[in-house]
Design a protein around this ligand. Structure first.
Ligand SMILES: [Zn+2]
Length: 88
């Protein structure tokens, strides 16, 4: 065990990869990390999917409130987001 974990504050260490964004479960180097939108890590597909669902729901609401159009029947907005990072 090295003691440099204490000196991480203020360093350029990418702290956003430390824990699952949804459940805050710690992400280990040997475990698969499920990325979403490039820089949002999740511990599992389930957690990521929940975040995607949340985001889509929020975006849909935002679009509806900012744009009072009646094009609510558009179903082509399904986007495959997220990249499975299984290396290392
Ligand atoms: Zn999680």
């Amino acid at each position: 065990m090295r003691s440099d974990t204490l000196s991480y504050a203020g360093a350029e260490e990418p702290h956003f990869l430390e824990a699952c964004t949804l459940c805050s479960k710690q992400l280990g180097h040997n475990k698969d990390i499920f990325m979403y939108r490039g820089n949002t890590p999740f511990c599992s597909q389930e957690c990521r999917q929940e975040q995607i669902d949340n985001d889509e729901a929020r975006e849909r609401r935002w679009k509806v409130s900012s744009k009072k159009s009646k094009e609510s029947s558009k179903k082509s907005a399904t986007v495959q987001t997220g990249t499975l990072v299984a290396s290392n």
